[in-house]
Design a protein around this ligand. Structure first.
Ligand SMILES: N[C@@H](CCC[C@H](N)C(=O)O)C(=O)O
Length: 289
């Protein structure tokens, strides 16, 4: 009889994830296994995978176990590991609520980018304390084909290049990763955001994600865009002492990003569990050859 591995499918503003609950860290998820599961034709399909593990059971999260019971072991759809996933944290929290591990209110989730505070509101939206943005000095350029744009380097735990463009269509099909310069700015690759203005403190963006491709949404990307837009607009809450909020429209929905006077960034948006099922271990073994 073949063994089965439980999974769920969820999304946050259409950034979608395969969720593998594995409290004891017993399921071996190689990069190839993650890529097979995230394959949209031969697998379940997803931009990424959320491996749900008790912090105490994971070598990368043990040191955070006192603060956060659960560790989001996030993987990109190509199997690579990333430091953080903003939409992923909301979907991860929704899974914990769905499974009865937590209720409405506050919780902490361990990630490779540190412990994130999460609030599950009665109205269903989820707010994540995303930490502070780091904006390294130096000019960055991103290019798609013959076109190039100056970009702002923003680190949200993971790397971003934010380019303001005249029209979101300027980035073209985004079938391959935009190139960037200088190479030293992003030694581990980068997520690239293309942004237009929609109104006062209201922008729209597209994103090409490292390890995935173009996605319908990126939470860390939306935070990077909000901070880059604020600085471009001459707004820095750490100087004014006032929080600033940007509404960020993405192809898959809208996220609301607030930067507090101490620089902490909060992201609010939806998170949805779509389905539950079982992975045939035999299929996975065959998929891995
Ligand atoms: N979709 C995510 C970001 C996922 C990680 C990213 N692709 C990377 O490699 O840094 C989000 O919602 O933040």
């Amino acid at each position: 009889m073949s063994t089965r591995i439980a999974f769920l499918k969820g999304h946050g503003t259409e950034n979608d994830f395969v969720i593998v609950p594995d409290p004891e860290n017993a399921v071996e998820l190689s990069a190839a296994a993650v890529a097979a599961l995230c394959d949209r034709r031969a697998g379940i399909g997803g931009d990424g995978l959320l491996h749900v593990v008790r912090s105490a059971e994971h070598p990368e999260a043990r040191s955070m176990a006192d603060e956060a019971e659960w560790f989001m072991d996030y993987r990109n759809g190509d199997g690579s590991v990333a430091e953080m996933c903003g939409n992923g944290v909301r979907v991860f929290a929704r899974y914990l609520q769905h499974a009865g591990h937590v209720g409405e209110g506050d919780l902490a989730i361990a990630t490779r980018g540190g412990v994130k505070t999460v609030h599950i509101a009665k109205d269903g939206d989820i707010t994540v304390g995303m930490g502070r943005a780091v904006l390294p000095e130096g000019d960055v350029t991103v290019a798609v084909g013959e076109r190039s744009w100056p970009a702002r380097n923003v680190n949200m735990g993971n790397p971003h290049a934010v380019a303001f463009v005249a029209d979101l269509a300027d980035a073209g099909g985004l079938f391959t990763a935009p190139s960037f310069a200088p190479a030293a700015a992003y030694p581990d690759g980068v997520n690239v955001e293309f942004v237009v203005d929609r109104g006062p403190r209201h922008v729209a963006m597209r994103v090409h994600e490292r390890g995935v491709g173009e996605t319908r949404s990126c939470g860390t990307g939306a935070c990077a865009v909000a901070v880059a837009a604020a600085r471009r607009d001459g707004v820095d809450p750490r100087e004014t002492g006032l929080p600033v909020t940007y509404t960020v429209d993405l192809p898959g929905g809208t996220l609301v990003i607030t930067e507090q006077p101490d620089g902490r960034i909060e992201m609010t948006g939806p998170a949805v569990i779509v389905a539950e099922g079982a992975i045939e271990a035999e299929w996975l073994e065959n998929a891995l050859g």
